[in-house]
Ligand binder design. Structure first.
Ligand SMILES: C[S@@+](CC[C@H](N)C(=O)[O-])C[C@H]1O[C@@H](n2cnc3c(N)ncnc32)[C@H](O)[C@@H]1O
Length: 146
Protein backbone atom coordinates (compact mmCIF):
# COMPACT_ATOMS: atom_id res chain seq x y z
CA UNK A 1 0.00 0.00 0.00
CA UNK A 2 1.30 3.45 -0.92
CA UNK A 3 0.94 6.73 0.93
CA UNK A 4 0.48 10.21 -0.47
CA UNK A 5 0.66 13.02 2.06
CA UNK A 6 -0.58 16.29 0.57
CA UNK A 7 0.12 19.64 2.19
CA UNK A 8 -0.38 23.26 1.16
CA UNK A 9 2.53 25.69 0.88
CA UNK A 10 6.28 25.27 0.79
CA UNK A 11 7.92 24.21 4.09
CA UNK A 12 8.92 27.22 6.22
CA UNK A 13 10.01 25.64 9.51
CA UNK A 14 13.52 24.22 9.09
CA UNK A 15 13.28 21.92 12.11
CA UNK A 16 9.98 20.46 10.85
CA UNK A 17 11.41 20.05 7.33
CA UNK A 18 14.45 18.21 8.75
CA UNK A 19 12.24 16.00 10.91
CA UNK A 20 9.96 15.14 8.01
CA UNK A 21 12.99 14.29 5.83
CA UNK A 22 14.29 12.03 8.60
CA UNK A 23 11.01 10.07 8.85
CA UNK A 24 10.73 9.92 5.06
CA UNK A 25 14.14 8.23 5.03
CA UNK A 26 13.28 5.87 7.90
CA UNK A 27 9.99 4.87 6.27
CA UNK A 28 11.64 3.78 3.01
CA UNK A 29 12.26 0.26 4.33
CA UNK A 30 8.53 -0.20 5.04
CA UNK A 31 6.44 1.62 2.46
CA UNK A 32 6.36 3.97 -0.49
CA UNK A 33 5.42 7.41 0.77
CA UNK A 34 5.27 10.55 -1.33
CA UNK A 35 4.86 14.08 0.01
CA UNK A 36 3.08 16.36 -2.43
CA UNK A 37 2.90 20.12 -1.97
CA UNK A 38 0.05 22.16 -3.43
CA UNK A 39 -0.04 25.94 -3.72
CA UNK A 40 -1.26 27.85 -0.66
CA UNK A 41 -4.26 30.18 -0.90
CA UNK A 42 -7.81 30.57 0.37
CA UNK A 43 -9.55 27.70 2.17
CA UNK A 44 -11.64 27.01 -0.95
CA UNK A 45 -8.68 27.02 -3.35
CA UNK A 46 -6.49 24.85 -1.11
CA UNK A 47 -9.31 22.34 -0.51
CA UNK A 48 -9.93 22.12 -4.25
CA UNK A 49 -6.21 21.50 -4.91
CA UNK A 50 -6.01 18.88 -2.15
CA UNK A 51 -9.00 17.04 -3.61
CA UNK A 52 -7.60 17.19 -7.13
CA UNK A 53 -4.19 15.89 -5.98
CA UNK A 54 -5.86 12.97 -4.18
CA UNK A 55 -8.20 11.81 -6.95
CA UNK A 56 -8.56 8.01 -6.98
CA UNK A 57 -7.00 7.61 -3.52
CA UNK A 58 -8.54 6.52 -0.23
CA UNK A 59 -8.80 10.00 1.30
CA UNK A 60 -8.25 10.99 4.89
CA UNK A 61 -8.63 14.62 5.96
CA UNK A 62 -6.39 15.67 8.84
CA UNK A 63 -8.63 17.87 10.95
CA UNK A 64 -8.87 18.72 14.63
CA UNK A 65 -12.63 17.96 14.43
CA UNK A 66 -11.99 14.43 13.19
CA UNK A 67 -11.96 11.04 14.87
CA UNK A 68 -9.31 10.34 17.51
CA UNK A 69 -7.49 7.05 17.11
CA UNK A 70 -4.99 5.37 19.35
CA UNK A 71 -1.82 4.23 17.59
CA UNK A 72 -3.15 0.66 17.83
CA UNK A 73 -6.39 1.80 16.13
CA UNK A 74 -4.19 3.18 13.35
CA UNK A 75 -2.39 -0.20 13.04
CA UNK A 76 -5.76 -1.98 12.75
CA UNK A 77 -6.95 0.49 10.10
CA UNK A 78 -3.76 -0.01 8.06
CA UNK A 79 -4.17 -3.80 8.30
CA UNK A 80 -7.81 -3.50 7.17
CA UNK A 81 -6.92 -1.22 4.21
CA UNK A 82 -4.19 -3.65 3.14
CA UNK A 83 -6.67 -6.56 3.34
CA UNK A 84 -9.20 -4.59 1.27
CA UNK A 85 -6.57 -3.91 -1.36
CA UNK A 86 -6.44 -0.12 -0.93
CA UNK A 87 -3.69 1.03 -3.33
CA UNK A 88 -2.97 4.56 -2.09
CA UNK A 89 -3.98 6.30 1.11
CA UNK A 90 -3.96 10.10 0.73
CA UNK A 91 -3.66 12.22 3.86
CA UNK A 92 -4.81 15.80 3.33
CA UNK A 93 -3.33 18.58 5.48
CA UNK A 94 -4.94 22.01 5.21
CA UNK A 95 -3.41 25.48 5.32
CA UNK A 96 -4.07 28.27 7.86
CA UNK A 97 -7.83 28.34 7.23
CA UNK A 98 -8.31 24.57 7.33
CA UNK A 99 -10.58 22.51 5.08
CA UNK A 100 -13.93 23.28 3.48
CA UNK A 101 -17.01 21.27 4.47
CA UNK A 102 -17.05 19.92 0.92
CA UNK A 103 -13.54 18.49 1.36
CA UNK A 104 -14.51 16.83 4.65
CA UNK A 105 -17.57 15.26 2.98
CA UNK A 106 -15.44 14.06 0.03
CA UNK A 107 -13.02 12.20 2.31
CA UNK A 108 -13.43 8.60 3.42
CA UNK A 109 -12.31 9.48 6.95
CA UNK A 110 -11.39 12.52 9.04
CA UNK A 111 -8.57 12.08 11.51
CA UNK A 112 -7.66 14.20 14.54
CA UNK A 113 -4.09 14.07 15.90
CA UNK A 114 -5.18 15.67 19.18
CA UNK A 115 -7.66 18.31 20.22
CA UNK A 116 -5.22 21.22 19.96
CA UNK A 117 -4.65 23.12 16.71
CA UNK A 118 -1.24 22.34 15.21
CA UNK A 119 0.73 24.39 12.71
CA UNK A 120 0.36 22.41 9.45
CA UNK A 121 4.05 21.38 9.20
CA UNK A 122 3.90 20.19 12.80
CA UNK A 123 0.80 18.15 11.91
CA UNK A 124 2.80 16.63 9.04
CA UNK A 125 5.73 15.78 11.31
CA UNK A 126 3.52 14.11 13.94
CA UNK A 127 1.67 12.20 11.23
CA UNK A 128 4.95 10.93 9.74
CA UNK A 129 6.11 9.67 13.14
CA UNK A 130 2.81 7.86 13.64
CA UNK A 131 3.01 6.16 10.24
CA UNK A 132 6.57 5.12 11.09
CA UNK A 133 5.39 3.82 14.47
CA UNK A 134 2.57 1.84 12.83
CA UNK A 135 5.02 0.02 10.54
CA UNK A 136 7.39 -0.69 13.42
CA UNK A 137 4.53 -2.22 15.41
CA UNK A 138 3.55 -4.33 12.41
CA UNK A 139 7.18 -5.45 11.99
CA UNK A 140 7.59 -6.17 15.72
CA UNK A 141 10.66 -3.95 16.16
CA UNK A 142 11.55 -2.55 19.61
CA UNK A 143 10.73 1.06 18.47
CA UNK A 144 7.28 0.88 20.07
CA UNK A 145 7.14 -0.13 23.75
CA UNK A 146 4.04 -0.67 25.84
C1 LIG B 1 -3.31 25.64 11.36
S1 LIG B 1 -4.30 24.25 11.02
C2 LIG B 1 -5.80 24.97 10.44
C3 LIG B 1 -6.67 25.46 11.51
C4 LIG B 1 -7.99 25.94 10.95
N1 LIG B 1 -8.31 27.21 11.52
C5 LIG B 1 -9.08 24.94 11.22
O1 LIG B 1 -10.09 25.34 11.79
O2 LIG B 1 -8.97 23.78 10.83
C6 LIG B 1 -3.64 23.64 9.51
C7 LIG B 1 -3.94 22.21 9.20
O3 LIG B 1 -3.16 21.38 10.06
C8 LIG B 1 -3.86 20.16 10.32
N2 LIG B 1 -4.09 20.08 11.76
C9 LIG B 1 -3.84 21.02 12.69
N3 LIG B 1 -4.16 20.58 13.91
C10 LIG B 1 -4.60 19.31 13.76
C11 LIG B 1 -5.05 18.30 14.67
N4 LIG B 1 -5.14 18.52 15.96
N5 LIG B 1 -5.42 17.11 14.15
C12 LIG B 1 -5.33 16.88 12.82
N6 LIG B 1 -4.92 17.78 11.93
C13 LIG B 1 -4.55 18.98 12.38
C14 LIG B 1 -5.17 20.21 9.55
O4 LIG B 1 -5.03 19.55 8.33
C15 LIG B 1 -5.36 21.72 9.37
O5 LIG B 1 -6.17 22.00 8.26
Amino acid sequence: MNWKVIIAGKPALKFAKDGVADYEKRLRRFAKLEIVTVRDGSREDVSERLLKASEGCFRIALDERGASWTTMDFVEKVNAWEMRGVKTVALLIGASDGHTEELRKSCDLTLCLGTMTLQHEMALLILMEQIYRVYNIKAGTPYHRV
